[in-house]
Every structure is written in structure tokens, then in C-alpha cells.
Design a protein around this ligand. Sequence first.
Ligand code: ADP
Length: 382
Amino acid sequence: SKKVPNGILIDAIRLRQVLINIISNAIKFTDKGSIKIEVDYRNLKKLNGIKGSEESIDLIINIQDTGIGISDKLLKTIFDPFTQEDRQSIKKYGGTGLGLTITNRLVQLMKGTLSIESELQKGSTFKLVFPEILISKHFQEKKSVDIFDPESIIFSKAVILVVDDIIHNRDYIKGIFRNTEIDVIEAENGEIAYRKIVEQKPDLVISDIKMPVLDGFGLMNKISKNKEFISIPVIASSAAVMKKEQEKILSGGFIGLVTKPFEINDLYIELIKYLKYKKIETEGKTEDIKSDIKGLTTEISKEIIKIIEGDLYKQWEKFKDQQPMDEVEEFANKIVKLGKGKNAEILINYGDKLLNAVKGFDIYSLLKYIKQYPELIKELRM
Ligand code: ADP
């Protein structure tokens, strides 16, 4: 399809949530075949807005899977709460039947439409249309940063307060720091955040801007009025892509800004400016694994190898072509459990890394860790 303009004005957070919901379903209900995501547009229009001429497009996103399909009967009520396929195996697919209800509401809030075409055993296509989306001419291209490996950064102990009204956004950041020395505490608005700052004096704050009760600017204002807290760095996390908004944030007292959706890299690049850390050689990944291995007796190593070369290996082999999130998660959980049972740090760490990648939809890391599995076995053998 045609190249969609670089900068568009859309609610990135809602769109992200909508896509995550639809794509996770597609992955969940597709055992073989593929999932295709297409982004396209039509109806390029010149609008005569208040600020002179502006252009808009109708943005189209199609998510097509080759999964089990949806019956006509279910299609009629699929957006109602708690609807699932009649004889659907709860054991196999789980779920609550709420995902699409929420997704559809989000789409409506964004003034878009969501329609579904599906055929049993053939697959489903979820079609999103968002009409009259403004094209941004002042779009700030994300700066390309130096190649930077967050795995080479080891933060010293610190407490970060994450302020965001959307739990998914807080979870995302928590996931990033799961295996680090950083403790993440949370608040869902500026008011609660301020209370936590008073109680726990975090080393750094990452705060959303738009929030109910007290927004990011309100929080910043309260912090800067108190001498005790004025030295705490507060980084804004916002979906603002316009230069004007970014300037407003930075002149509002925030020391930095990460624009949502951001990746680990973007966040780390900000954080290393304010938090203590050590840099390690990432070539030494095997070194990492080696130090984890200390304390394991040959006996236990042998037992572990038997398992991870056996059933788990068979499961892992399938991931080379496909990485169904549920299965990878199950696999990772098994590894963590085995690690805990045998007191083997090496397995717990590896499993945790995989789990983080699954939870954060970090496909890049997911593939990387999956690829590392044979290396894990090799290390244990040595
Ligand atoms: P949940 O996945 O939690 O059950 P959803 O509202 O997301 O709830 O989905 C409702 C139901 O719609 C699912 O349980 C499933 O029966 C069906 N469904 C959703 N997406 C797909 C898909 N891509 N392929 C097949 N069936 C689907």
C-alpha cells in the first residue's frame, strides 16, 4: 500500500491499546498460517482550518489472520460484554470476552469504526478506519540515537515513581525494570503521586501529562514549591509529538521528555543522565550466564540439562518459525519454575527475560532470547 504520511495527529495511546487487543486475539486464535497488518489511507483532503490549509486522510489499518475464524452468530454480538464462541475451550483460550468491547469503545472515542469480516476455519480480518486524521507538517522525527545497548547499563539501587493513569503504561515501565536494582513505585494521578513523593522520596519521577484529578503540570507545580523535592528529576512521558507541546512541557519544569510510545532505549538514554549506573561489556553476555552458574553442582546441572534438552527443547524448537505469545509465556514460566526448584539463577534470569519481552510486546528481544536458548544449554554443559 501507499506510504502513509510520517506525521499524523492521532491518540497514540488509545491506538496502541486497540492494536494490542486486536493483534493479541489474532495471535491467540491462529495456530498456523500468518497474521498480516496493513496500514493504508484514502481520501487525502485539503481542509480549510482555522490555521490556514491543512490536509487530512482516512487512516485504514487491517489486521488479518488465518486463524479459527468467528461464526456469524458470534459476529452479531461480538462487541457486547462477555461474549465468546459458544463451545470455545476456556482452558485453551482463556479470556474474559471483554477485550473487544473495550477495543470497540476506544475506537468510537477516537471517532473511528471497527468492522470484522470472518469465515470459520479460514480466518478473520479486523478493519479499522479513522476518518479525517490530520497530517502534521511540523512532525518532529524521532531523533535517531547512537546505537546503544540498554543491556550494557546496570543501574545502581534507586526508586522510580511512575505516574500514569493507564495501568498498561505503568506495567510497561515496571516490566522494563523487573530484573534491575530499580524499584518502581506507582501512582495513577498527580495527587497520589505527590503523596508518594512525600512518603517515599523517590530518586526520580516519570510522569504522564494528561491525567485526571491532578495532571503532570499540576504535579510539577507542587514539587517545585517544596524545597525538599525540588532536586528530584521529573521526566515527562507524553504522547505529544508537536514541537509546541514539547516546548511547553520542557519549560514547565520537567527535566526531560520521553514521547510515547517509547522503547527501552529511549527511556534509558534519559535515565542515565540522572541515575547512577555501571557500564558493562555486552559482548560478555556469556560472562553473565557464567557468573549465574556458580553454585550449581554437576549433579543438579545434569538434571537440568536433561529437562531443558528434553520436553522443553521440543517446545523451543517450534519457536524458530512462530512465537505464539501464550506458548512462549508458558515456556518461560516453566523455565523460571525449574530454576526456582533447582535454585539455578541462570534459568530464573533467562526465563524472566523472556517473560519481560512477552509482557512488553518486545518482539526484538523475544527473538533474541529465544535464539539464546542453545547457548544456555551449552553453558550448563560446561
Ligand atoms: P477474550 O479474548 O478475552 O475472550 P474478546 O472480546 O477479545 O475476549 O474476544 C471475544 C471472542 O471473540 C473471543 O473469545 C473469540 O471467541 C472471538 N475472537 C476474537 N478475535 C478473534 C480472532 N482473531 N479469531 C477468532 N476468534 C476471535
